[in-house]
Design a protein around this ligand. Structure first.
Ligand code: EPU
Length: 352
């Protein structure tokens, strides 16, 4: 690997970190060791504007937050942009709720911890999700019955095509399961996200997912922001690998949405298939269950494998390349298709 030369570039009196030919190992939770040509860590919209004026966005670039949903397949011959916009600010306070504007570079779980500490409800079920706030609207992150879309009131973006700033109301973001307009229009860089959080006595807890309520009651405590956060953190720790110990990107695949006819076909052969109804015409089946039925859970192939506690998660045992992980993912998709006639799609973004 080439020697890293770090320089500090002064742009409009703000310091932006710029480096060349650095490893992206610290910037992807899968732990894939690839290089990028240029790395820019910015801390303001003005710095993005300056980069726009310099023509940076005319060449290959990618905005990376915590890198918890990316799979680098090779060295990245372009510029990686990493947000260091870190503010958390209450911008409006009403009787029952508040608007909190959060910089894209804030670590997601730091924001959740901040909300719980300030008795503000809405994101406690989303505790311990890796990554940064800027990725939350892009993926519409979700867990334990709550999705980011339920609490996002506004998303501010920098448009790299025009160099201008826009604000989207939450209702205009085309949010769906692990989807938003930012996913299909990757020329937007999320700079700030505003969340509507409920003041504690007015907040309605979301406890209907799985055995969340019974676990809290089993602990002998009342549901509260703190107890929900604690249970969710513990459940996630027990089911999902710590990226610092074992590389992964959380769920590798999305849970497939299938038709009633397809579901009947699966149920005939597997009467105990777990499922969630989505509207009147669609059924969601856990991809982890499908993969487990195909015998993949806990299997290791060279440097990569399927996590033994949650088959939806692919892991890097150390030294894996993106292509090894991609190849395992392809084999899993083929197995699921062969056994169930169903197509499962990656949630993770493949970067070439
Ligand atoms: N299941 C199995 N075997 C497995 C895994 C799951 O049979 O190896 C079955 C079980 O029946 C279980 C059901 O699947 O009851 C659901 O499992 P789980 O509660 O773990 O949820 P999931 O559908 O597998 C989704 C999200 C997770 C999120 C959990 C909890 C997606 C792609 N994943 O997983 O999100 O934490 O629900 O809400 O929707 C992530 O996006 O990175 C992520 C971890």
């Amino acid at each position: 690997m080439e020697v890293v030369i770090a320089t500090i570039v002064e742009l409009e009196n703000k310091a932006m970190r710029v480096e060349s030919n650095i490893s992206l190992l610290p910037y992807n939770t899968f732990g894939v060791d690839v290089l990028c040509s240029e790395f820019y860590q910015y801390s303001s919209v003005e710095e993005l504007e300056k980069l726009f004026q310099e023509g940076l966005f005319a060449s290959k670039w990618l905005s990376v937050g915590g890198g918890s949903n990316l799979l680098f397949l090779q060295d990245f011959h372009g510029a990686i942009l990493h947000s260091s916009i870190k503010e958390i600010e209450v911008t409006q306070e009403r009787e029952q709720d508040v608007e909190v504007r959060v910089g894209a570079g804030v670590v997601w779980d730091d924001f959740v911890a901040w909300s719980v500490e300030h008795d503000l409800g809405g994101v406690e079920n989303l505790s311990y999700i890796p990554g940064c706030v800027g990725a939350s609207p892009v993926q519409n992150i979700g867990a334990y019955g709550v999705e980011a879309k339920d609490v996002i009131s506004e998303v501010e973006v920098f448009d790299t095509q025009t160099g201008s700033v826009s604000t989207f109301a939450g209702s205009a973001c085309s949010f769906a399961y692990r989807h938003s307009l930012f996913k299909t229009n990757p020329y937007y860089i999320v700079t700030y996200v505003t969340f509507r959080l409920t003041k504690s006595p007015h907040h309605k807890f979301s406890l209907s997912y799985g055995n969340l309520l019974s676990v809290i009651e089993g602990n002998g405590v009342e549901p509260s922001l703190r107890s929900i956060r604690e249970v969710v953190v513990n459940v996630r720790k027990s089911k999902l690998p710590e990226p610092s110990v074992l590389g992964s990107a959380g769920s590798f695949f999305k849970n497939p949405l299938i038709s009633i006819a397809q579901f009947k076909d699966v149920k005939e052969r597997y009467p105990n298939v777990p499922f969630f109804e989505v509207g009147e015409e669609k059924i969601k089946i856990p991809a982890g269950w499908l993969i487990e039925q195909c015998g993949w859970k806990g299997k290791r192939v060279g440097n990569v494998g399927v996590y033994d506690k949650q088959a939806l998660v692919l892991v890097n045992y150390g030294g894996a390349t993106g292509s090894e992980i991609e190849s395992l993912a392809n084999d899993i998709c083929s197995s699921v298709h062969q056994e169930f006639g169903l197509k499962i799609e990656p949630e993770v973004c493949f970067i070439r």
